[in-house]
Write a protein that binds this ligand. Structure first.
Ligand code: PDD
Length: 284
């Protein structure tokens, strides 16, 4: 049994249904969040809620829940019902169901779907690092909205997989924006952490923001400035961040080693610090 939440009711995941007139289904007219949980605690909940609220406002979709305390209660109930110690939550809100017309519907209510899932991260990725390929960023100019429209991301993730790599890092005018499912970082030649600024060309990752906070707290200099492919090849270390992968060392780009081709010291220190911070958020 796996229980999900659909528009106010808790249902078995395999039989839960949403209308074929859902605008997410017809137009990708919706937003989503992926959160992680441990015990009964949703990690970085406030940051996810803030980004969800921004995504909904950007697309002018009404908020289906009166406040985020009720969302937290729903998430906790789902975690309990599904009897999971650790895992992830997928939440999707679309503009609602109505007959197909590009114009916003006048009467429909947003559809909200939430379910839990588990995903095992290969330990090898953390210990030995992952390989990444570079590719052109074909996406629109509002990548800051966590929209459910993910075709370029899906295609580039698949291309990476088929080439035996973990991720594709996308470039605009030779500047690395972000991965197809994660944010991109280097430790540059000066030993500073460098990543693309959180503007409309990237999704402002919750893990990205948390990592930047941790680094600054530990007096590690962070530069939010886009880096080029040559900056990348000359960098000391590289890594990526996302809710599902947390922090993963990147050791090869397009078959070229980064540094000595092994996870870097700074990356390993950041992984430790991040895991400590997550531990502090878990209230069993
Ligand atoms: N993806 N950039 C993109 C394009 C992403 O899809 C994601 C996350 C991130 C990292 O964001 P965060 O740290 O908030 O997870 C950056 C999620 C996990 C997904 O679509 O499954």
């Amino acid at each position: 049994m796996s229980i999900c939440y659909v528009n106010g009711s808790y249902e078995e995941k395999t039989s839960a249904a949403i209308s074929i007139q859902d605008r997410g289904f017809n137009f990708s007219d919706g937003v989503y969040e992926v959160m992680s949980f441990s015990g009964n605690s949703v990690i970085n909940f406030d940051k996810h809620v803030k980004r969800l609220s921004k995504s909904l406002d950007s697309l002018r979709i009404k908020k289906p829940l009166s406040n985020y305390k009720s969302l937290e209660l729903i998430l906790k109930k789902l975690i309990k019902e599904n009897k999971l110690d650790k895992g992830f939550i997928y939440l999707q809100i679309t503009r609602g169901s109505c007959s197909r017309n590009h114009l916003f519907p006048k009467l429909s209510k947003p559809n909200i779907v939430i379910f839990t899932f588990t995903a095992k991260l290969d330990k090898k990725f953390i210990l030995s690092g992952v390989k990444v390929r570079l590719t052109e960023d074909l996406r629109w100019k509002r990548c800051d909205i966590k929209s459910i429209s993910l075709l370029p991301n899906v295609l580039e993730k698949q291309n990476a997989f088929e080439e035996g790599m973990y991720e594709s890092w996308q470039t605009r005018n030779d500047l690395i924006t972000e991965g197809s499912t994660s944010n991109a970082f280097i430790v540059n030649r000066n030993g500073f952490i460098q990543t693309h600024p959180a503007n409309n060309f990237i999704l402002g990752g919750v893990t990205r923001d948390t990592l930047i906070e941790i680094a600054k707290k530990n007096k590690i200099k962070v530069v939010e400035k886009a880096f080029s492919s040559s900056d990348l090849f000359l960098s000391r270390e590289a890594f990526l961040t996302s809710t599902t992968a947390k922090i993963l060392p990147v050791v090869k780009i397009n078959k070229k080693n980064i540094g000595n081709g092994k996870p870097g010291q700074m990356t390993q220190a950041l992984i430790k610090m991040y895991n400590e911070l997550v531990k502090c958020q878990i209230h069993e």
